[in-house]
Write a protein that binds this ligand. Structure first.
Ligand SMILES: Nc1nc2c(ncn2[C@@H]2O[C@H](COP(=O)(O)OP(=O)(O)OP(=O)(O)O)[C@@H](O)[C@H]2O)c(=O)[nH]1
Ligand SMILES: [Mg+2]
Length: 693
């Protein structure tokens, strides 16, 4: 393997909405550059990038795959990312370590939710975007409409570097703006092409675009602008020299035309990437934190090693792989690096460059390069490894909050430990998957980015750890409270054998506002009850409140006043007052018009206009209250309050309501009294569960 200098490396991520053709585009690049003899296919599960069984089975990407090849003397590190929102963390991790994004847009479907999301992420990471309009061989491909839409969404700086000459079935010709030529691609999928000068109307088109490009480039740089006015234009060389900088500043956002399945348009896109794409040199410094939390610049040209792990993955027969980018210095086989985030030292065993599952051993990778190491002891996604003594930490990626939850129900007892270990490992590999053992619900709740995400996580857990379980709806955290005042006088008396027990507790309950919790007071006067028994009564009350009275849910939002009672000089003791306190509380509670409260979530939904009707209608069937609507970049943002009980697998529902174009976030907001009918159902279910237990 050649040693590449930083300026000869092109790190880029293929990102975009699901099924836009990212994986096939990566496959086509490998064919163009000779890594592969011919194109694999998604249908046969034979692409280099989608090599996992879970991907082949579904015909979609699930993991970001690292591929590499050489083109015009430049090393391409390509990260093919999944487009499904369930696996958005993969695109996020990839964009974090890439120098630019190739945003793939479907020539029929145009800009979709996934396109918008990755665009936003790439922008947040401060890397340039380029656009690839793919699927131009589809019957209903509408390039002009997609170009107009892309410009409307992402700005007038979007500039077509290519136009499809014969879009639709048989598409194989592209007008190349940089060269003013028509490029005709071979129809055998090899990616080879022939050039011929543009003529007739295509010549007029390309001349106009060329002129426009020169103007864009001139506008992006003051010196060039001066020359432009002095000379009445830019020379071909000046223009070419300006392209790179203009893309960096996004003074132009270049757009290309491809049909990845037929390997049309890909080779010239690769030429552009090699000649004008960003390299690590374009962003030579990143900011890290030292152990005191002070900011430190890490320079690409620095002598000491700083490496960021953007992904970890446990592979069958290989073990744990850590995918990294070298930000400074070099990573070498046999060296020791300090993991700042875990405070451990790791020995670098084998280093690989990869094409999907095909791994090639290398001894060193230099600053700016991407690769993977295996079998680190305690290194996880988001960790920084550096020269011992340096202890720097690069910023981690902020992942979106989970939007779907399910409870894990083991099929047989005794597998709890295996499951716990498996869940911990899976979370470390994929931080967008989280879980917690919920003591109140007595369930292990798994949370992820979508139903498919939870499915894939479950499959991994089952196959790797040999456990069996079902995913069921998580229990809802209902609460119990009262709607009226009530009193009780409860006498506890036990005189069978041994020492007797005696206590009498008088208490009053009154409702408190939502969120007030449980307030315990005593207003004892006189000497009917010794004050030492107050904590005993409080304990009894708290025990009953924690267990729940109506349906087994915690009691909240009321005030308990212990105001009088009776005692016995010998038989009154702590335990007797605890029991009396508990029973008095239950009795008063049941007399105070008890009711159930249900958790209400704040939900924010991003919906395309044409799906609004569906989504709003569905929300009202879920007892949702619409709080407001906003417009944000081609989407409507709906804010609503919806009972948690109505939100099980809502992300899946939303996808089917909107053809996969809507997404939502939700979080707990407050408690509300629930409708009588639903309340009775919950109470009946709890009774049934109690009887069964
Ligand atoms: N006709 C045609 N089909 C294509 C083209 N590119 C990809 N496909 C097909 O479209 C489907 C999706 O392509 P993929 O490459 O898997 O798309 P992707 O963007 O990687 O999808 P995800 O990774 O699941 O988000 C596959 O069946 C491909 O064979 C193209 O340019 N033209
Ligand atoms: Mg894919």
């Amino acid at each position: 393997m050649k040693d590449y200098s930083s300026s000869d490396i092109r790190n880029f991520a293929l990102v975009g909405h699901a099924t836009a053709g990212k994986t096939m585009l990566s496959e086509a690049m490998l064919v163009c550059s000779g890594v592969l003899g011919r194109l694999g296919s998604i249908a046969n599960g034979s692409t280099v990038s989608d090599y996992h069984e879970s991907e082949q089975k579904r015909g979609i990407s699930i993991h970001a795959s690292l591929l590499h090849t050489e083109w015009l003397g430049k090393k391409f590190n390509i990260i093919d990312t999944p487009g499904y929102m369930d696996f958005i963390s993969e695109a996020l991790g990839a964009l974090r370590v890439c120098d630019f994004a190739l945003v793939v847009v479907h020539a029929v479907d145009g800009v979709q939710l996934g396109t918008e999301e990755v665009w936003k992420y790439a922008t947040d990471f401060g890397i340039p975007k380029m656009i690839v309009v793919n699927m131009l061989d589809k019957e209903h491909a509408n390039f002009d409409a997609v170009l107009a839409q892309v410009k409307a969404r992402f700005g007038e700086k979007v500039f077509p570097m290519a136009l499809p000459v014969n879009p639709g079935p048989g598409f194989n010709q592209v007008l190349d703006v940089m060269r003013s030529e028509v490029i005709t691609y071979a129809t055998d999928g090899s990616g080879r092409f022939q050039e011929s000068p543009a003529t007739g109307p295509w010549l007029d088109k390309v001349n106009a675009l060329h002129q426009e490009l020169v103007e864009h480039i001139a506008e992006s740089d003051d010196t060039l602008l001066e020359k432009f006015f002095d000379q009445g234009g830019l020379s071909e060389e000046e223009m070419r020299a300006g392209v790179h900088a203009a893309v960096q500043k996004q003074a132009i956002i270049p757009l290309f035309c491809t049909a990845a399945d037929a390997n049309v348009g890909v080779a010239r896109l690769m030429d552009f990437v090699a000649k004008y794409g960003s390299s690590p040199v374009d962003r030579p410094n990143v900011t890290a934190l030292d152990p005191n939390g002070a900011e430190v610049e890490v320079a690409l040209t620095g002598g000491q090693t700083v490496v960021f792990v953007f992904k970890t993955l446990s592979e069958a027969h290989v073990g744990e792989m850590s995918f990294f980018r070298v930000y400074s210095g070099a990573i070498r086989v046999g060296s020791d690096l300090f993991n700042t985030d875990r405070s451990t030292t790791e020995r670098i065993g084998q280093i690989f460059v990869l094409n999907g599952k095909n791994r090639t051993n290398v001894n060193t990778l230099n600053a700016g390069d991407l690769g993977a190491v295996v079998k680190l002891k305690d290194t996880h996604t988001g960790n920084t490894l550096c020269t011992p003594g340096l202890a720097l930490s690069l910023p981690k990626v902020k992942f979106p909050k989970p939007n779907i939850h399910a409870a894990l129900k083991l099929k047989s007892k005794g597998e709890e430990d295996k499951v716990a270990q498996g869940l911990a490992t899976l979370h470390e590999e994929d931080p967008t998957f989280v879980y917690h053992v919920d003591a109140e619900l007595r369930q292990t709740v798994l949370s992820g980015q979508g139903e498919l995400h939870l499915q894939v996580i479950s499959e991994r857990l089952k196959s790797r750890y040999k456990v069996d379980f079902d995913l069921v709806a998580p229990r809802i955290r209902y609460r119990e409270t009262i709607k009226a005042r009530a009193e009780s006088k409860y006498r506890h008396k036990k005189q069978t054998g041994g020492a007797g027990q005696f206590a009498e507790v008088w208490m009053r309950l009154e409702p408190k506002p939502r969120g007030a919790g449980l307030e315990f007071t005593q207003t004892l006067t006189g000497q009917n009850v010794d004050r030492v028994f107050v904590p005993s009564v409080e304990k009894g009350v708290n025990a009953a409140a924690a267990e729940g009275i109506l349906a087994g849910y915690r009691v909240v939002d009321l005030k308990v006043d212990f105001y009088d009672g009776k005692m016995h000089p010998v038989d009154s003791k702590d335990i007797a007052f605890q029991i009396a306190g508990k029973e008095a509380f239950k009795e008063a509670f049941m007399n105070a018009r008890p009711c159930l409260l249900e958790p209400i979530h704040s939900v924010e939904i991003k919906v395309p206009d044409d799906a609004m009707g569906n989504v709003i209608g569905d929300l009202s069937s879920r007892r949702g209250k619409i709080l407001g609507m906003d417009v944000a970049g081609g989407f409507q943002i709906v804010k609503a309050h919806v009972p948690a009980a109505e939100l099980y697998h809502y992300s899946t529902v939303l996808r089917s309501l909107s053809g996969g174009r809507a997404a939502h976030t939700e979080e707990f907001s407050h408690y509300e009294e629930m409708p009588r009918e639903s309340e009775q159902k919950v109470i009946a279910e709890s009774k049934k569960a109690k009887e069964e237990a």
